[in-house]
Design a protein around this ligand. Structure first.
Ligand code: ADP
Ligand code: MG
Length: 257
């Protein structure tokens, strides 16, 4: 699904964050990306989203070189990106309205309104994310968890095949975060969705990623990839294998900090 071949990326006048970096993600896999602050986790998501471009190397999604954002990639950021002047329902509808305006290929094909069957899909996603009761409220009137549910509904309504999430639960309290981690895991398992989630906590990486990519500071060359049998299972801190994997990641992070 995702193929990075020897990509090099640096921000203008800065040292490379990625150097001849190769990495593959197969369709349907769930990946967690972990690494110290500033190592390039968000940058990697922007590259995958087609919002930044490598200076060298190729980045392909489904075999096609990525030159611009693709409509079937969903991106969820830490600050949710909700319009404060729109209700929950209007925010969930937003992606559809934009897609209708620009067309499924991202080109300009103006058309007004959202047809009834799509309005039904809006209702279904409001239900599925447990936010139907607050559909007419504004982002300023709801909790952080409810805002994130709104952002997730808006993104999944567009039926992405690739979902990119940048520390999506970082600012939520623990019970809310665990609920949403579980929900995202369930929703991803229900459909042919490939997910890449950036996180800075080991437990979240172990919950969300069946594979874990560990990034480091000072330029990433060879990716460190760990297999994780514990994804979607909640924290199993007592299990020796879980502890061993946690220790392995902690050690890798320490080396890379
Ligand atoms: P992370 O998400 O792992 O914390 P980022 O990908 O946000 O890291 O950033 C990686 C590095 O690139 C950081 O040192 C950051 O300061 C720098 N950086 C991020 N965006 C820009 C930019 N637009 N221009 C220059 N440097 C940037
Ligand atoms: Mg970041």
């Amino acid at each position: 699904m995702i193929q990075l071949e020897r990509i090099t990326f640096h921000y203008e006048k800065h040292l490379p964050l990625f150097e001849e970096f190769s990495w593959q993600v197969a369709r349907g896999q769930s990946w967690a990306v972990i690494g110290p602050s500033g190592c390039g986790k968000s940058t990697l998501l922007y590259l995958l989203a087609g919002l930044q471009h490598p200076q060298q190397g190729t980045l392909r999604i489904n075999g096609e070189a990525l030159n611009a954002p693709r409509p079937s990639t969903g991106l969820i950021l830490q600050d949710y990106g909700l319009l404060p002047w729109s209700t929950v329902r209007q925010n969930v509808r937003l992606g559809l309205a934009l897609r209708k305006f620009y067309g499924p290929d991202g080109k300009h094909t103006p058309a007004a309104g959202v047809p009834p069957q799509q309005e039904k899909a809006v209702d279904q996603w409001l239900e599925r994310l447990g936010i139907a009761a607050i559909a007419e409220k504004f982002p300023g009137q709801i909790s952080g968890g409810q805002r994130q549910r709104t952002a997730i509904a808006r993104t999944l309504l567009l039926e992405p095949d690739l979902l990119l999430m940048d520390e999506p639960f970082a600012s939520l309290d623990t019970p809310t975060r665990e609920d949403l981690q579980q929900l995202v895991h369930t929703l991803a398992a229900e459909r042919p969705l490939t997910t890449v989630s950036v996180t800075h906590t080991i437990d979240e990486a172990l919950f969300l990623g069946e594979k874990i990519l560990v990034l480091k500071n000072g330029g990433n060359r060879a990716p460190l990839v760990l297999e994780n049998p514990f994804s979607g299972q909640g924290t199993q801190q007592s299990e020796p294998a879980y502890q061993a994997l946690t220790a392995r990641i902690r050690e890798a992070l320490r080396e890379s900090a």
